[in-house]
Write a new protein. Structure first.
Ligand SMILES: Cc1cc2nc3c(=O)[nH]c(=O)nc-3n(C[C@H](O)[C@H](O)[C@H](O)COP(=O)(O)OP(=O)(O)OC[C@H]3O[C@@H](n4cnc5c(N)ncnc54)[C@H](O)[C@@H]3O)c2cc1C
Length: 486
């Protein structure tokens, strides 16, 4: 008889692990607290508008290709991908920078801002490409069990890049603050300040300028739909509206979970819910990490989000837009050093219907505005309204159009929703940051050291935040489960 594994949650990491485990012959059952699968990548539809609730940047297409090819499938078996051109636009106080779909186009834009900068850019991206190859093929695919995993001939030769920061590296070569902000942007996906992120992570710049920004037609939820279908094809049982109340153990070995007071037995439990919450489902003596441990960690930001349906097409915007028209350093301090609501926030606006009309009714625009904020901040209707006005006013002024009277639909999402909907620690949006001291073997472990046959996956463990890492996390933990349950 095959062994049974219970998977808690249905985010990218849980779906990924479930597919690998089912393919290996385990009996797999997912239990998800929310009514739909997908976790932070859920989607909702309202009055003809389609809103991806979380991720919107499809980066590192090779990781998605690799995932589906492990099941003898292709992404095109499930969804249609377009490479975006421009990839995105950045609004600064006095001008705009457009990032095209090739390094050559981006070099022309860099030259326009800082003559001579394209020579440095080509060298920087070439080094970033080498780092990408090492990171993806040599480092990231390790389970974070030992420091020795980081020691490869390639990383030894580049050990200095783990102690220099991306911020320092960029500033050495580029003087114009707009180019500096542009090159520091990709590492924000790792959840920490560029001044705290090792320069080895410049591989994110290769993901950005080298591999490009893609869009699955119909939205990011198409990837979840694809993985959900694949999981079902592989025989995974999926239960939604099923909040797990407890992970049960007998003599230090897990034997299942409790839902609605009912015990469901299994040979192993894998949790893809936020790690801190997952351990709270155990008795205190069975937890590996204390409250003090979590409190001490650098978390990725939370976010204040607005999902907005406009009754007209907007002008002067692209699919992805960054509003870097205020002081990034100040906002970063308000996120990481002195957690408080930002006085003058940077924000991101996503209008997928600019390139994919299927996401909005004819002649309308689907909008998603995101302000990164410190996790754990006070969240109230008044604060949300206040920041809605700030963002919409700035948006109108910078893009030169009025939109306030064109809003058909508006919904917000913030710290309290991240906690209520996902059991997120302090309402973090995308997990625990990848800093030097929170990388690889220094992150919370995939396998419990206190409870046998209990495993963890997702953005708080290895390799870290983001959709591609979540897919990899699912693969890493499933390999570990296969090894341990044989
Ligand atoms: C606003 C936002 C924007 C983002 N933008 C990008 C982007 O553009 N590109 C990118 O690559 N990444 C982005 N990310 C990050 C990316 O979405 C996440 O890293 C990834 O989706 C995390 O997947 P996960 O499986 O680790 O966790 P989750 O998606 O959080 O899945 C955990 C699941 O566990 C469930 N759960 C929790 N407690 C229980 C319980 N007791 N019982 C049952 N189920 C439970 C939750 O409901 C959830 O479904 C973004 C995230 C957010 C929030």
């Amino acid at each position: 008889m095959s062994k049974k594994i219970i998977v808690i949650g249905s985010g990218f990491s849980s779906l990924s692990a479930s597919c690998y485990l089912a393919k290996a012959g385990f009996e797999v059952a997912i239990y998800e607290k929310n009514p739909t699968v997908g976790g932070r990548a859920r989607q909702f539809k309202e009055s003809g508008f389609t809103f991806d609730m979380g991720p919107s940047w499809y980066w590192m297409p090779d990781i998605f290709d690799k995932f589906f090819s492990d099941f003898d499938k292709k992404t095109s078996d499930y969804y249609h991908l377009d490479k975006l051109d421009p990839a995105y636009k950045i609004f600064f106080t006095d001008e705009q920078l457009t990032i095209g779909d090739s390094l050559d186009k981006i070099c022309v834009e860099f030259e326009r801002i800082e003559p001579g900068s394209s020579v440095h850019l080509k060298k920087f991206i070439s080094k970033a490409e080498t780092n990408y190859d090492i990171a993806i093929n040599k480092v990231v695919l390790r389970p974070g069990l030992s420091p020795l995993e980081l020691v490869t001939p390639e990383t030894i030769m580049r050990v200095d890049q783990f102690f220099k920061t991306i911020s320092g590296e960029v500033r050495k070569k580029f003087k114009n603050p707009k180019l500096v902000s542009t090159l520091e942007f990709p590492v924000l996906f790792l959840g920490a300040k560029p001044s705290q992120t090792p320069s080895f992570y410049s591989f994110m710049n290769y993901a950005d300028f080298g591999l490009g920004t893609w869009h699955p037609k119909g939205g990011m939820y198409e990837i979840i739909r694809a993985m959900h279908n694949l999981a079902k094809e592989l025989g995974v049982e999926i239960h939604t509206d099923s909040p797990v109340e407890k992970i049960t153990t007998i003599n230090g070995v897990t034997n299942g979970i409790v839902i609605n007071g009912n015990q469901i037995v299994a040979d192993a439990v894998l949790s893809g819910a936020d790690y801190h919450h997952s351990e709270s489902l155990l008795d205190p003596k069975e937890r590996q990490y204390s409250e003090a441990y979590w409190k001490d960690k650098v978390f990725a930001p939370s976010s204040l989000l607005f999902y907005i349906g406009f009754n007209k097409k907007l002008s002067n915007v692209e699919h992805h837009n960054l509003f870097f028209d205020t002081d990034f350093e100040k906002h970063a301090k308000e996120i990481y050093d002195n957690p408080s609501w930002p006085q003058d926030p940077l924000f991101y606006a996503n209008f997928p219907s600019v390139t994919d009309q299927s996401m909005a009714p004819e002649g309308c625009e689907t909008g998603f505005f995101l302000i990164p904020i410190a996790p754990g901040l006070e969240d109230s209707a008044e604060l949300r309204d206040q920041y809605y006005d700030i963002v919409i006013d700035r948006f109108e002024r910078i893009t030169g159009q009025s939109v306030k009277g064109n809003i058909l639909f508006k919904r917000s999402f913030c710290v309290n929703d991240f906690i209520g909907e996902y059991n997120s620690y302090k309402g973090n949006a995308y997990g625990m940051a990848n800093t030097l001291t929170q990388t690889a073997f220094l992150r919370p472990k995939l396998m419990s050291s206190k409870v046998k046959n209990l495993f963890f996956t997702g953005q708080l463990t290895v390799p870290g935040p983001g959709v591609p890492p979540a897919l990899i996390s699912g693969k890493l933990v499933s390999d570990l489960i296969m090894k341990n349950l044989k």
